[in-house]
Write a protein that binds this ligand. Structure first.
Ligand code: GAP
Length: 460
């Protein structure tokens, strides 16, 4: 990672804390390793991204429905899906400094080889290549061990361990039958769900990129086994790339990574990640897309002993649909939109930091200022303007500090428009509107203000 990249990431992390986007979790107790809380603006940004996703992929499509299943499911779900047996990562400890590593990441970073899943191979490589501990430089490794990444817990009234879900997708398959029986959905169709997922990652890292508690937005898209899955797959991949761009990611900062056959699960015909060029470490996974065949429905039918097939209402054909699974990490969406928006620039000989979010994602859409806070007539008029606008858009009233300071604050939280009520406003019934990106200022009559913003802003 270059110093410049490191530096940019540090600046983003610091802005996130300073301006109320993302805070280290449990900070007053000394913090909890690599856990974060979303502050007021971070929550608003995350909610906007989720709303945009739900609108694009559920509400705006006739072939999609949404659902919301619980975090704790029957543990047999994870036996059927293979998570209990195989949702493992391999770790190794440095005996000298006691630092713990995920072995595939350690090898990838040391010699650029992707060996995920190949335990014997990784064991050999660690010795043969004499890979050193990146933390202390020694070569004194423990044996490699595999750990299951699911968090275990107990539940009153249930004998045995249950798990916090490691992905949201699981619940979707459980309600496949309920949904086809209760709605008029016909294959091809998809079921979407958003919510928390939990993974006991060996090393959480890179701010909110890899954390142990995160949010996913997932779709299981059911298709006929003989359907032209390649074109459906390609369509979903394009939709994922479009969504990444609606977060603000530039086309050149996105690329596809197709998993080699050796890394594919036995049931998967194809898996592709959409990667983003993060300002730490470069390209890495943002979204995933997988062809899962009929694996999930077949496994759940086998373990539950229930018929999970689908009968075509026109032809009467009975079959187990295949599944294309587009999966999106919400925290990675937030990270991507922060990284893409972060801009340092010179404007009129002064430097500024501005988050150039797409306007519909900005946590605050309009900030309203009275020019001076100690002039009642200005404050009163600004309040009137604020009261009108806040019925339609997320607005903030700000009379703290001088106008320059207020602009800087609003730039740093990415507010697209600032409206100032000054002395001319009292005579002319108009206001100054300042555009975040161009910093250009316009005078607009109060009677035209709402239409002005309705033409330029979408409230999600
Ligand atoms: N149901 C398929 C599934 O869960 P995945 O690639 O393991 O696939 C999907 O996860 C998405 O969830 C990833 O593309 C990523 O955006 C996000 N994700 C996975 N692990 C994460 C973690 N530890 N922290 C933050 N986001 C994570």
């Amino acid at each position: 990672m270059s110093d410049k990249q490191n530096n940019t990431m540090e600046k983003i992390v610091s802005l996130c804390k300073r301006r109320g986007f993302i805070f280290p979790c449990s900070e007053i107790y000394g913090g909890l390793a690599n856990s974060y809380s979303y502050g007021p603006y971070g929550t608003a940004l995350k909610n906007n991204i989720e709303k945009l996703w739900w609108r694009k992929f559920v509400e705006n499509r006739e072939d999609m429905v949404g659902m919301d299943g619980p975090i704790i499911l029957h543990p047999k779900v994870w036996e059927a899906s293979g998570h209990t047996e195989g949702f493992n990562d391999a770790m190794v400890d440095c005996k000298a400094c006691k630092y713990r590593f995920r072995v595939d990441h350690l090898i990838q970073e040391a010699i650029g080889e992707d060996m995920e899943g190949d335990l014997d191979g990784m064991n050999k490589k660690l010795q043969e290549e004499e890979i050193k501990c990146p933390q202390c430089g020694k070569k004194d490794w423990t044996d490699i061990r595999e750990i299951n990444m699911m968090f275990k817990t107990q539940m009153n009234g249930f004998d045995g361990e249950v798990y916090l879900r490691p992905e949201t997708a699981g619940a979707i398959f459980l309600d496949f039958k309920n949904i086809i029986d209760s709605l008029r959905v016909k294959v091809p169709f998809g079921i979407a769900q958003t919510g928390k997922a939990f993974r006991n990652e060996i090393v959480a890292k890179s701010f909110i990129f890899r954390v142990r508690e995160f949010e996913q937005m997932e779709i299981e898209y059911f298709i006929h086994p003989e359907a032209d899955w390649e074109s459906i797959f390609e369509e979903w991949l394009k939709k994922q790339e479009e969504f990444a761009q609606s977060l603000g990611a530039k086309k050149e900062d996105l690329r596809r990574y197709e998993h080699p056959e050796s890394k594919l699960s036995h049931y998967s015909k194809k898996t592709v990640d959409v990667e983003y060029n993060y300002p730490f470490g470069g390209f890495d996974e943002l979204f995933g897309l997988a062809h899962r065949g009929d694996f999930d429905l077949t496994q759940h039918a086998k373990y539950s002993k229930k018929d999970l097939s689908y009968t075509d209402p026109f032809s009467g054909e009975k079959y187990v649909p295949h599944v294309i699974e587009p999966t999106f990490g919400l925290d990675r969406c937030v990270l991507t939109s922060l990284c893409a928006a972060y801009t340092e620039e010179e404007v009129s000989d002064t430097s500024r930091v501005v988050l150039k979010f797409p306007r519909d994602l900005a946590p605050v859409k309009i900030a309203v200022f009275p020019l001076l806070r100690n002039r009642e007539e200005l404050v009163g008029k600004a309040r009137e303007v604020f009261d009108i606008l806040k019925e339609h858009f997320v607005c903030e009233f700000d009379d703290n500090g001088n106008i320059g300071k207020r602009y800087r604050r609003q730039d740093e939280i990415g507010t697209p428009y600032c409206v100032t009520v000054d002395f001319d406003s009292l005579d002319n019934d108009d206001v100054t509107i300042r555009d975040r990106d161009t910093t250009e200022q316009n005078r607009v009559k109060l009677g035209e203000l709402l239409d002005y913003f309705k033409d330029r802003l979408i409230s999600l």
